[in-house]
Write a protein of this length. Structure first.
Length: 276
């Protein structure tokens, strides 16, 4: 039984309180009635999250939490006590505990903070920490250029956004690579743009190379189809106007237009593009 993780367990028996689910070793956990369907039967396999409830009982839920063991998320503080803060992690009737010792500079109710979740070795409970250094590093890089990655925006600076990649590495998303609104706490799909000799990772939100151009061309084609077959933007348009109408940089736009022209799907002049 893996506390803090989503796992597949089998219905072992039915009780007045709910379903008792078992792992391969026969360890049981209760799935309370509020998560049970009338269709559930002994032998069924269910995907559940296992944790300790407000009365410190090990229970299962079919709800999907915002965070699981060994990952990061930006979670909102919903309450505080003398011992720490409580975070909304998406489960009904139970908040995630952020002890005072795991905070950095204190926290404010109603604000969100980037945290890592682990299972405490002594209590077996799920716990949050804002101290990410033991868990997020670039000592041994596990990604490569052009690889698709999951990004959590951790902080913002004048030049860009410091991000956590796959809950494992730090990366930088520069503002000249961003063509849509981005905020701290956002989860984004992105790509590794480059890895420097000192293991710094630069990110982009668009796939580079031929595949990236093809995706942008498809996006532009759909924009044309959704706007009567014509867009008032072309090679002579300003980068700001291109971005306003297409959410693309001018460089990406020109490449996409070039691909569509070559395939004979559009015609273009300096100020507009049209479907053929």
């Amino acid at each position: 039984m893996k506390v803090g993780r989503i796992q597949t367990l089998k219905v072992n028996r039915i009780s007045d309180y709910g379903l008792y689910l078992a792992d391969e070793e026969g360890n049981e956990v209760l799935l309370p009635n509020r998560y049970v369907s009338l269709d559930n039967a002994v032998g069924d396999e269910l995907s559940v999250f296992v944790y300790h409830d407000s009365e410190d009982r090990l229970v299962a839920t079919t709800e999907t939490p915002f965070i699981t063991e060994g990952s990061v998320a930006a979670l909102k503080v919903v309450d505080k006590s003398i011992h720490g803060a409580f975070l909304d992690w998406g489960l009904t009737g139970k908040d995630l505990f952020l002890p005072n010792r795991n905070q950095q500079g204190g926290v404010l109710a109603g604000h969100s903070y980037v945290v890592w979740m682990y299972v405490d070795n002594i209590t077996g409970r799920c716990v949050a920490t804002m101290k990410l250094k033991p868990y997020i590093d670039n000592d041994v890089i596990t990604v490569e250029p052009r690889q698709a990655v999951n990004i959590l925006v951790a902080s913002e600076s004048p030049i860009g956004y410091r991000c956590i990649i796959n809950s494992r590495h730090w990366g930088m998303l520069y503002k000249n690579q961003v063509f849509k609104p981005v905020s701290v706490g956002d989860r984004l799909d992105g790509f590794v743009r480059r890895i420097t000799d000192d293991n710094r990772i630069d990110l982009t939100l668009r796939r580079e190379g031929y595949d990236g151009v093809a995706i942008s061309a498809d996006t532009l084609l759909k924009l044309l189809q959704d706007n009567g077959g014509q867009l008032p933007v072309g090679d002579d348009s300003s980068p700001e106007e291109v971005h306003r109408l297409t959410q693309m940089s001018k460089k990406v736009f020109k490449r996409a237009v070039g691909m569509l022209l070559k395939s004979g799907k559009i015609v273009a002049d300096g100020h507009s593009i049209k479907l053929k």
